[in-house]
Design a protein around this ligand. Sequence first.
Ligand SMILES: Cc1ncc(COP(=O)(O)O)c(C=O)c1O
Length: 397
Amino acid sequence: MTDWPEIEKKYYMRTFEKVRVPIVLERGKGARVWDDKDKEYLDFVAGWAVDCLGHASPVVTNALTKQAKKIIHTSNQFYTIPQLQLAELLVKNSCLDRVFFANSGLEANEGAVKLARRYGKLKLNGAYEVITAIGSFHGRSLALTAATGQESFHTPYLPMPEGFINVKYNDIEAMKAATTAKTAAVMLELIEAESGVIVPDAEYLKKVRQWCDQKGILLILDEIQTGICRLGALFGYQLYGIEPDVITIAKGLAGGVPIGAVMAKEHASVFVPGDHGGTFGGNPLACAVGYAVMTHILEKDIAGNVRKVGQYLMEGLERLKKKYSFITDVRGKGLLIAVEFNSEIGQNVLMACLENGLLVNKVKPNAIRLMPPLIIGNKDVDEAVGILDKVFSAVVI
Ligand SMILES: Cc1ncc(COP(=O)(O)O)c(C=O)c1O
């Protein structure tokens, strides 16, 4: 049998060494995946919160094959129907007025930052700074590495591009103190997902909204991980009683096919012809799948399922927290949940889950993150909680 990890070692750049686990995934169906030895796993990673309808969903595969047979790519020199259908659907189901499609979360955020700079130039006397939060993660371009409020991401690439101020998350006074005449926008994740699923206080986002209104600056919400029903509403902001000026989405939008989008309210849609673009962004293939996924999500009330099953999962994890004193916290919303431990056992827990047929993500040395497909049911939750129980019962602290 081919030793694929050995081949990786020889030919692939080493950047994923910290996160790769020693299995080779070959196929999937629903919330299950199988490796090259035909071992089955329940997938609570879902491609890092991407595979919202599970694996090999007919919604995705039918749209993909149907569109691939028609036309895959044309360039934005021409109008294509899936791009405009998806744009219309997104706008009609959000508080935003316009869309620009990209290919990833990073690209969507890059568009949002450029939009903020254009806004600053046109409406705020040349303001260009974007305030982001410590602990945030916004992507890996140079600009978004600077936006990302984690020093470990900056250090290998110093000097960072200027124009990004990282302030304490969940602290409105820190944001106020950092706001100057140079500030064009605030950019925040609704929940700091990559930092360990850090949920803000209920009032924080409302206060940020008020502050942005008071200062006339843009509020950009990075919903790349929290959008597309992950938290139990189509967009996370809908759960927090605020309306952003700009949001970015990606991950679940086309159920696993690469896509990203920046959406803005009319007053913030300040790009003029030539300001921004891209060869692949908005291509008919990704957009046709996005349109099929979004239509399905809305028709089948996937957000409702997330609320129901997410609550059930939370209750199961709370029971485990009561049972095992080394679990210090269970937190999250919908189907984005972290379990935190009192020591750095995340990797051991991950490996033991793997052994027992459950895929989880080690989000921090002392925490795992669960972000399963949004179509799971209570039976899947029972199975996952059962495996976690078994794994935790063997933990020696
Ligand atoms: C909140 C958030 N923003 C941006 C990104 C970057 O998205 P991508 O990896 O598609 O570039 C991620 C990826 O995990 C994310 O979680």
